[in-house]
Design a binder for this molecule. Structure first.
Ligand code: DP6
Length: 338
């Protein structure tokens, strides 16, 4: 009887509802996540720390509908198929399980930046999906639980639930591996000037890359030194110490790519122009600009700048052959329902 009443009120809830839309921002990792101790749950080998990006965002609308026989997923105007579809479907299954709901969903998602090029579209995408789908299913989860849930869809998505500067804790326990802000978006007006050198989908997605990390003899060294890097990065952010920040950001990015380059088979994300930008950034810094580079699973280069140096860095990158487009972003806020 109680079960039946609960079901009737749930049906009424969905009939009364139209759709729920959430916006989440991408993030750039200063200390990178690479490799899992549990790939199914996405429990990371090491903690990571990122900056949320105000100007790179994904907007996702979800509607559960009792008339649908299967989930319908549209990503940037195109019907999703294959892996992209199954990943969304699996995440919806997880949310349906939590909400005790068996309706299929209509999902429509749009990003304002190129996806699949190492610009963390899965981070903003799955953070937005987690927030929109939990709300649409009638769940009202606290941010920490949203972060745990988003993590299971895409590791870096657990950081995109929050704004500002965000740390994701490594832990062997599912519920203890979540992200949390260490400082909000108004703490330090850093700017990410992103040099896009390739807009095509990357050949090796992050998920496969994580799986290969263990095959590099350098991964253990990278992971076991991660507390030191996290500590230096955390302190540099809290003290707004650009000198200390750039040292640790570049070191961490170089360590990540050393692991990629020495995985079996090797993963080489860089293009020739990627290396030219890295070299130029070091020269520009010697000339007095506050800028450093960091690169995720792709060839594009994130140039992290003080706000005073950002427009000069944009201009210099714009003069480089091979730089196709420049995206600039300030520090962003948390994922939200609109
Ligand atoms: C290099 O979070 O994209 O950007 O969990 O398989 O979706 P999945 O991987 P993802 O990996 C991000 C890797 C990285 C570093 C980082 O963002 O910390």
């Amino acid at each position: 009887m109680v079960d039946c009443q609960a079901r009737v009120s749930r049906v009424l809830f969905y009939m009364a509802k139209t759709s729920t839309t959430a916006i989440a921002h991408s993030n750039i990792a200063f200390i990178k996540y690479w490799g899992n101790i549990d790939p199914q749950l996405r429990l990371p080998a090491n903690g990571s720390l990122s900056m949320t990006l105000a100007d790179l965002e994904t907007s996702t609308t979800v509607k559960f509908d009792g008339n649908l026989n299967a989930d319908q997923v549209v990503i940037n105007g195109e019907e999703a198929t294959g892996q992209a579809y199954s990943r969304v479907e699996a995440h919806l299954d997880l949310i349906r399980g939590l909400a005790n709901l068996d309706y299929k969903a209509n999902v429509n998602t749009k990003s304002n930046f190129p996806i699949g090029t190492g610009l963390a579209s899965s981070a903003s995408g799955f953070a937005a999906l987690t927030l929109a789908a939990t709300k649409a299913s009638g769940l009202n989860l606290p941010s920490q639980e949203l972060s745990v849930l988003a993590r299971k869809a895409s590791g870096s998505a657990c950081r995109s639930i929050f704004g500002g500067f965000v740390e994701w804790y490594a832990n062997q326990e599912d519920q203890a591996s979540f992200a949390e802000p260490i400082a909000d978006e108004n703490h330090w007006d850093l700017v990410d000037v992103i040099a896009i050198v390739r807009e095509k989908e990357k050949e090796i997605g992050s998920t496969n890359g994580h799986g290969a990390a263990e095959s590099s003899p350098l991964q253990n060294a990278r992971v076991s030194d991660s507390s030191r890097r996290l500590e230096q990065c955390r302190r540099a952010i809290l003290e707004r110490d650009f000198f200390s920040l750039y040292q640790i950001i570049e070191e961490d990015s170089n360590l990540l790519h050393s692991v990629m380059l020495t995985s079996r088979p090797p993963i080489i994300y860089w293009e020739p122009v990627t290396i030219s930008i890295m070299q130029n950034v070091v020269h520009w810094r010697e000339e007095g600009l506050e800028v450093c580079y960091t690169i995720d699973a792709g060839p594009n280069v994130h140039c992290i700048c003080s706000s005073a140096s950002a427009s000069e860095v944009e201009a210099r990158l714009g003069n480089m052959t091979g730089v196709r487009r420049i995206l600039t972003s300030r520090v962003g806020g948390p994922a939200k329902i609109i």
